[in-house]
Design a protein around this ligand. Structure first.
Ligand SMILES: [Zn+2]
Length: 343
């Protein structure tokens, strides 16, 4: 099997043959990966934004789709030949020990799920079975982007019909937050983004107003749309501390600021905290509190019904060998979702 290995922080990944463990432990499942998504979390891992990486060398990726090849002892929720979504949030089934791979003479670490690899040993509770008929490329996004976004709107924001929504960063998660907010009849739904093409895409995903982050009078424009007191729900996906402060300051005194993006370690925010003693809420999201085994089938039914659409969301597809090019496109901020095709 081939894998992209993070050998050194802030350096390109190395794509090479690795050897999976020869015996599956209880709760481990051997999967052939079909597609993997790329999300900000992997960029953060490569850049070591949370501090020095103790697990090097290790594998990466937490959103994908694949086929089950073999189940370890005790596995009951998936079977051989099942098509599965690979996700990072815990779900039904056993949490197995994380696997170790061999790369030449070295051990390579991996978490309970990794997807930047043609095959993977995955913990049963990071897999959810889906129908074989479901589009594989779209299914990939249910590992993180889609389930996180809908969880943020459903669980963290608990958005009510007619509440105003302000979203900073219209990437893979931001676009789906717009879609979820639109389905729940939030109004207005304002998106702020640097890349113009994503603002255009955002409109087709439910933004009622799309504003360039480069505008000089951005705050004024936002207040003209959502009202002077700010928006009911403000969702921050960029992880930029200055943007987080702006998001907080543009939240209504009775509203919620929800942080989805994660800033660099040591990059702190400075905010007036008094409103938090009254009704304003500031909270960090943990993957939208998504529960993959119930959320994925529920949302996939909406895709089958034509109510949930992902047209144009996946803008780039690369082979695993070109992962560093894929990461560069992702970093450019111009792309929608970038996926890896393992075939
Ligand atoms: Zn993710």
């Amino acid at each position: 099997m081939k894998a992209a290995i993070l050998v050194q922080s802030n350096a390109p990944l190395i794509v090479d043959e690795v050897i999976p463990p020869d015996v599956l432990l209880p709760g481990q499942v051997f999967v052939r990966v079909e597609y993997s998504g790329i999300c900000g979390a992997q960029i953060n891992e490569i850049d070591a934004v949370k501090g020095p990486d103790q697990y090097l060398p290790h594998l990466l990726g937490h959103e994908g789709v694949g086929i089950v090849l073999e189940c370890g002892p005790g596995v009951t929720t998936v079977s051989q030949e099942d098509r599965v979504v690979l996700h990072w949030r815990q779900s039904a089934g056993i949490q197995s020990p994380p696997p170790k791979y061999r790369w030449g003479s070295k051990d390579v670490n991996a978490g309970w799920v990794t997807t930047f690899n043609t095959h993977a040993v995955i913990s049963e509770n990071r897999l959810t079975v889906i129908p074989h008929s479901f589009d594989s490329r779209v299914a990939t996004l249910f590992g993180c982007a889609v389930t996180t976004a809908f969880g943020v709107v459903d669980n963290d924001a608990q958005l009510k019909v007619g509440q105003s929504v302000l979203i900073f960063g219209i990437g893979g998660v931001g676009l789906n937050i717009a879609q979820a907010a639109s389905m729940k009849s939030g109004y207005p739904i304002v998106g702020v983004e640097i890349a113009d093409n994503k603002l255009v895409m955002g409109r087709s995903f439910g933004l009622t107003h799309a504003l360039s982050a480069n505008s000089d009078d951005l705050q004024k424009q936002i207040r003209e749309i959502v009202g002077l007191a700010g928006a009911d729900v403000v969702i921050e996906t960029t992880g930029d501390s200055r943007v987080i402060e702006e998001a907080y300051n543009l939240t209504h005194p009775d509203g919620k600021t929800i942080l989805v993006g994660v800033p660099r370690k040591g990059d702190n925010i400075s905010i007036p905290s008094l409103p938090l003693h009254f009704n304003q809420v500031l909270t960090g999201s943990h993957g939208g509190g998504a529960e993959p085994d119930t959320d994925i089938p529920r949302l996939m039914r909406l895709v089958d019904a034509g109510k949930l659409k992902f047209d144009g969301l996946i803008t780039h597809e690369f082979s695993l060998d070109r992962i560093n090019d894929a990461l560069q496109i992702f970093r450019s901020g111009e792309a929608g979702r970038v996926i890896l095709n393992m075939a």
